[in-house]
Write a protein that binds this ligand. Structure first.
Ligand code: ATP
Length: 306
């Protein structure tokens, strides 16, 4: 039976504009994604029992407990991805999946979505489907808002609820410091808090900031740092006030910009260069507040067979 390993990056939302909740329960988003070099790996082996199984491991120090938080069975987004693809194609074979997690669980870096994107590419391969990435996109969009972006990686604008991705003209490579919190924050609870805080406010249709796109076009890290934005910050900080101090420590250590990543609680910091990235990482690690502090580079490509 054929086996393939694929790796998939995490994402950062350089800008995350959020509008008022739609009738279908989703929020309209205007976001700019960047894929960063923090990877989960999915190994897929086709089987002829027709079953879809999943096992999660981690060789990142301290992340074993994280891996144990990942659901087995149909609640796992990777399993859902395999089942969705099988339903679309009528394939009878099954697949055994082993996920090696390095992307923080419930961290706002789209770890589950990343595994779903990786599984689509892996199953496409081991089941011999021959679908293009473009053909996989609608299945990806049905699985979650961030899944289509992770098929492609790089930098992209996300519209709709995030699933409508279009490329961004961008230059440069950016140094990030990722501060991982020990306790996850559920995306649903952050959006619920966002709705509560904005109940009496008139929310404009979200738009991607021009200054951020201009910064990416020119590869200007200082301008990018100043243009980073996230409309979920207030809600994430309301649920986790301690994150404000984490953000402050990174800024004091010289970060060009600081962000709650997506719905949090992971916080990310843009550094001017490798040395500054190290300085920020040391300052954050020194607080004793972070479960892990990782230096990362973006953009990187999306799912790749390894
Ligand atoms: P996002 O940034 O897309 O909002 P997130 O990074 O905050 O997501 P995930 O790591 O994707 O969060 O996990 C959210 C929840 O999804 C977890 O608490 C877990 O129960 C569930 N989950 C399902 N499949 C997976 C998976 N393969 N990896 C991680 N979590 C998964």
């Amino acid at each position: 039976m054929r086996t393939v390993s694929v790796r998939v990056p995490a994402k950062i939302n350089l800008a995350l504009g959020v509008g008022g909740v739609r009738e279908d329960g989703f929020h309209p988003l205007a976001t700019v994604y960047q894929a960063v070099d923090l990877y989960d790996e999915v190994r897929a082996t086709a089987n002829d029992t027709g079953e879809v199984t999943v096992e999660t491991t981690s060789d990142v120090p301290g992340a074993e407990t994280e891996a144990s938080l990942v659901p087995r069975g149909r609640d796992n987004l990777a399993v859902r991805a395999a089942l969705a693809l099988r339903e679309q194609t009528g394939v009878e074979a099954g697949v055994d999946l082993v996920i090696r997690k390095a992307i923080p669980v419930a961290g706002g870096m789209a770890g589950g979505s990343a595994d779903a994107a990786a599984t689509l590419v892996a199953c496409n391969d081991v089941w011999g489907l021959g679908w293009s990435r473009h053909e996989l996109e609608p299945v990806a969009a049905g699985l979650g808002s961030d899944v289509p972006f992770l098929l492609h990686g790089g930098n992209a604008i996300g519209g709709g609820r995030g699933e409508l991705v279009s490329p961004v003209l961008a230059r440069g490579s950016y140094h990030w410091v990722v501060a991982v919190s020990g306790i996850g924050l559920s995306t649903a609870s952050v959006y619920a808090e966002f709705d509560r805080l904005n109940a009496d406010r008139e929310l404009a249709t979200p738009e991607v900031p021009d200054a951020l796109l201009a910064a990416l076009r020119s590869g200007d890290a200082v301008a990018l740092g100043a243009a980073l934005s996230n409309d979920l910050t207030e809600a994430a900080l309301s649920l986790r006030p301690d994150l404000a101090q984490t953000l402050e420590v990174g800024v004091e250590a010289g970060a060009l910009g600081a962000l709650v990543s997506g719905s949090g609680p992971t916080c990310v910091f843009l550094a001017a260069d490798e040395q500054q990235s190290l300085d920020i990482a040391i300052a954050l690690a020194g607080t004793g507040r972070c479960a892990d502090v990782v230096q990362s580079i973006g953009p990187v490509p999306g799912v790749r067979v390894v």
